[in-house]
Ligand binder design. Structure first.
Ligand code: NAD
Length: 262
């Protein structure tokens, strides 16, 4: 299958975890991929390229910091030079910080709002003109179960993810008569570095083995007692790109083992 051949997907934060899974699944459908994110770039880039080079797809990387609007603008100039624009935008880059509000460092609040929420405002306003030219586009925002319900200790993350769901609905309405759709995916727990850190902190705090902390984390929220995987979330992102999803607009689609059904 290569129904995305000739289309270009920008997946923010695709050097790791969910973003890497989504970029790989879109690449398997032939899409060109513009990667962003920090840390090791070579191994994830090879993983994505292995999925699309046989289909004629290309992979490029830009090191934009999603908390810096000027760097996001530079990334779009790069996308225009390399690919002539963006057809699929996946707003995935995100960070977490856990603390009660009284002890929450204001600079952590600012960073989470900038990376997890404001970056999607900037990428969306910059991507839409390219999508409108072709009257086709897909914007997929990686929110969270925490975009639908709250927990303690994550005030900035939960405010940002609820905001991202609101942004999704608004832009879905503003593009409702076009070939551009805007939707959010709301994962429950996914075993990526972002969550592994929380499991390790829990094990240390409660003085329990990591395996037990892992089990408790799932039992607390997810009736399925299973993690969602980056590959499954990539499969859902691919579905949003199919013609079957042409009229799916403004949804916040939970992939959370029943977390938000409770
Ligand atoms: P991860 O830590 O594995 O990956 C995060 C990615 O974002 C990395 O590529 C990182 O380099 C990039 N990134 C971080 N700060 C950046 C910045 N300033 N500029 C550019 N890139 C930056 O985390 P993940 O679990 O794969 O999370 C991806 C997204 O999924 C996040 O938005 C997260 O909130 C969301 N999410 C994760 C889970 C989960 O259980 N892991 C659940 C729900 C939602």
């Amino acid at each position: 299958m290569s129904f995305l051949k000739g289309k270009t997907a920008l997946v923010t934060g695709s050097t790791s975890g969910i973003g890497l899974g989504i970029a790989t699944e879109l690449a398997k459908q032939g899409a060109n991929i513009l990667m962003t994110g920090f840390g090791d770039v070579d191994a994830p880039r090879q993983q994505i390229a292995a999925a699309n080079t046989a289909l004629g797809g290309r992979v490029e990387y830009h090191g934009a910091d999603m908390s810096k609007p000027a760097e996001i603008e530079a990334m779009f100039k790069f996308a225009a030079e390399k690919f002539g624009g963006i057809d699929i935008l996946v707003n995935n880059a995100g960070i977490q910080f856990v603390s009660n509000i009284e002890d929450f460092p204001p600079e952590r609040w600012d960073a989470i709002i900038a990376i997890n929420l404001s970056s999607a405002f900037h990428t969306t306003r910059l991507a839409l003109p390219y999508m409108k030219q072709k009257n086709w586009g897909r914007i997929i925002n990686i929110a969270s179960a925490h975009g639908l319900v709250a927990s303690t200790g994550k005030v900035a993350y939960i405010a940002a993810k609820h905001g991202l769901v609101g942004l999704t609905k608004t832009v879905a309405l503003e593009t409702a008569t076009t070939g551009i759709t805007v939707n959010a995916i709301c994962p429950g727990w996914v075993l990526t570095p972002l969550v592994q850190k929380q499991i390790n902190e829990r094990a240390a705090r409660e003085n329990i083995p990591v395996a037990q902390a892992n089990k408790e984390l799932l039992q607390e929220k997810e009736p399925s007692l299973c993690f969602s995987t980056p590959e499954e979330l990539g499969g859902l992102a691919v579905f949003f790109c199919t013609p079957a999803a042409d009229n799916v607009r403004g949804v916040a689609w939970a992939h959370d083992g029943g977390w938000t059904a409770q």
